[in-house]
Design a protein around this ligand. Structure first.
Ligand code: LLP
Length: 421
């Protein structure tokens, strides 16, 4: 459920007409709903009630400072994957003890900054990384709290580019050999072994892969405890999918997912961490764009809009489906015609939808791409020298620009020309 609904014939973000934001901010832009972000966080938080837990928002899905501040105030933790994300989380107010540092290639410098600034835990993904962290922590006279990210060799049944839990993927330490690594970790002076971490992929629409992975984690917990490790925290990653296509059957609910957690690892008495990103921010955001031209091609029509693949790369990168709706509510029973919805970038891949049925639209009309709050703005680029687009946050009947559109001069002046030119 989200808070982008038609009211009086116009799409609203909560109580604000999207057309009013467009008039003030110009298109294209992203807009996020405070109520949806809050609701989605609480769905997870409530569903884990009664268990010692921390929901750590995966900020890679949406890292705007205002969104982070909101999550922080809701009591969320945060999952970061670079020191840039760590410093942003700190700037938004997250205390170190609510920041989990994931990622396959943390550098020594990143480890040092996080250790000095405070960290809940490092999710360590390889033996060389473990050795480096031990060195850095020892040199600072500290002990780094760690979970080893295990690779459970489970098929997440999602798009190949976002599946992470098979042995051929670059992530984690094979579950079969990780007891030895835990043994070595337990002997390192700069390392404090506290738990196990697993994350098998993103946009999962079935519970079975989670069930398989968490069951393996439960077995490993018992084995490691028998080996003498004090395993007291399980980080079960993120990955629960969202309904992009309203016609498709909906993915499982957060409460069904947390039931799997209770069933598989609930008896172990561990503190539970989860790292949802998309399910919190995905349907909490839309991308608003306006029609530049309607072009009649041979055998097909092209709706050329002012957003492009540099603003929302998911369709061209993952063949992702995004619902695209007019901001002015179509009349009931209004004729629809199939059209290809494309951006102005000079690549055929700059296609958002093919043969999508749309009501009559013309120059200047506004359209909204739904489910664009996760992996939208964060993956944007300035390809084709198109400045990054603004982000707006709505709360009730108020809205604020939370990232402004840079001027062309700002974009141009970021480059420098050497003296010899
Ligand atoms: N934890 C870790 C260690 C992750 O790598 C990820 C996502 C998450 C949590 C959050 O997963 P989520 O709950 O959002 O599924 N750009 C792609 C998605 C990449 C996901 C990368 N890792 C997309 O647009 O679909």
């Amino acid at each position: 459920m989200d808070h982008f609904l038609y009211k009086d014939g116009v799409l609203h973000a909560e109580d604000v007409a999207v057309s009013d934001i467009a008039a003030q901010v110009g298109t294209p832009f992203y807009v996020y709903s405070t109520a949806t972000l809050t609701r989605h966080f609480k769905l997870f938080d409530d569903a884990l009630s009664g268990m010692d837990h921390l929901v750590c928002f995966a900020m890679k899905s949406n890292s705007n400072l205002a969104v982070l501040k909101l999550m922080c105030e809701l009591g969320s933790g945060v999952d970061v994957v670079s020191i840039g994300e760590y410093l942003k989380a700190k700037a938004a107010g997250f205390p170190g003890e609510r920041i989990v540092f994931s990622g396959v290639g943390k550098t020594r410098e990143e480890m040092r900054i996080a250790l000095e600034g405070g960290i809940r835990q490092f999710n360590v993904e390889s033996e060389p990384e473990l050795a480096a962290l031990n060195e850095v922590a020892t040199s600072l006279g500290m002990k780094a709290p760690i979970a080893l990210r295990v690779n459970p060799d489970v098929d997440a049944k999602t798009h190949a580019k976002i599946a992470t839990g098979k042995s051929e993927n670059k992530f984690g330490i094979p579950i079969a050999t990780c007891r030895d690594v835990y043994k070595r970790a337990g002997e390192m002076p700069g390392i404090d072994v506290i738990g196990i971490d697993v994350h098998i992929g993103s946009q999962l629409t079935q519970l079975e892969p989670f069930e398989l992975a968490f069951t393996k984690v439960a077995e490993l917990t018992e084995a490691l405890r028998a080996d003498g490790h004090d395993i007291r925290r399980l980080d079960l990653g993120g990955g629960l999918g969202i309904p992009y296509e309203r016609s498709n059957s909906a993915p499982p609910l957060p409460v069904e997912y947390t039931d799997v957690i209770r069933r598989t690892v609930g008896h172990l008495g561990c503190e539970i961490e989860i790292e949802p990103g998309r399910l919190i921010s995905g349907n909490a955001g839309i991308l608003v764009s306006s029609v530049i031209y309607l072009k009649h091609g041979e055998g097909r029509d092209f709706l050329i809009v002012d957003a492009a693949m540099n603003d929302l790369v998911r369709p061209s990168m993952y063949d992702a489906y995004h619902d695209i709706i007019p901001v002015t509510e179509p009349e009931a029973g209004e004729d629809q015609t199939p059209m290809d919805i494309v951006g102005p970038v000079c690549e055929t891949g700059d296609t958002f939808a093919k043969a999508r049925n749309m009501p009559g639209l013309g120059e200047g009309d506004l359209v909204a791409f739904r489910s664009a709050g996760a992996y939208g703005a964060v993956m944007a680029s300035e390809y084709n020298s198109r400045p990054l687009i603004p982000e707006v946050l709505v709360k009730g009947d108020q809205f604020a620009v939370i990232r402004k559109r840079p001027s062309f001069d700002e974009m141009i002046n970021r480059d420098t020309i050497p003296a010899w030119l």
